[in-house]
Design a protein around this ligand. Structure first.
Ligand code: CMP
Length: 137
């Protein structure tokens, strides 16, 4: 079994589609082993996305991700990291395949509804950024 980290981003929480995303996650065969709603400070977002700090979109991304609550999740299944990236679809919803979360619900390349770890190394950083062991069940 593998675990990955996911976020339902502010655009989705604002539009009341949290439940739709969770339904797609469960239909995709993932077990939700951790879940919390949290309003991130800008500094917390900057720490979470530090790998992108030199990118031109970093400032806007941090503004967006701290403008409202998010749902942080730890998902478990075999091949969870790759399978979650597959279910999310391409970063830009315009390029995402039909049936993916970003195609169905994404707004733009920034407001793309969901985040997922891109590697085991990322998951190892991102999961404990939000959850302690006692919160993963
Ligand atoms: P995510 O998978 O959370 O990882 C980094 C985020 O930065 C990404 O989703 C998008 O929300 C955002 N992002 C990536 N590329 C761009 C871009 N070219 N312009 C604006 N935002 C971007």
């Amino acid at each position: 079994m593998e675990r990955t980290f996911a976020i339902i981003k502010p655009d989705a929480v604002e539009r009341n589609v949290t439940g739709k995303v969770l339904a797609m996650i469960e239909a995709g065969g993932f077990k939700i082993v951790g879940m919390k709603k949290i309003l991130l400070s800008r500094a917390q977002v900057e720490g979470f996305y530090y790998v992108h700090k030199e990118r031109p979109f970093f400032g806007d991304l941090c503004t967006f991700m701290s403008r409202g609550p998010v749902i942080a999740l730890v998902l478990e299944k075999e091949n969870a990291i790759a399978d979650w990236r597959g279910l999310m679809g391409a970063t830009n919803p315009a390029n995402a395949e039909a049936g993916t979360i970003r195609k169905e619900l994404g707004v733009s390349i920034e407001e793309n509804t969901v985040h997922g770890s891109d590697s085991p190394e990322s998951a190892s950083y991102e999961i404990p950024y939000f959850f302690n062991q006692l919160e993963l069940v």
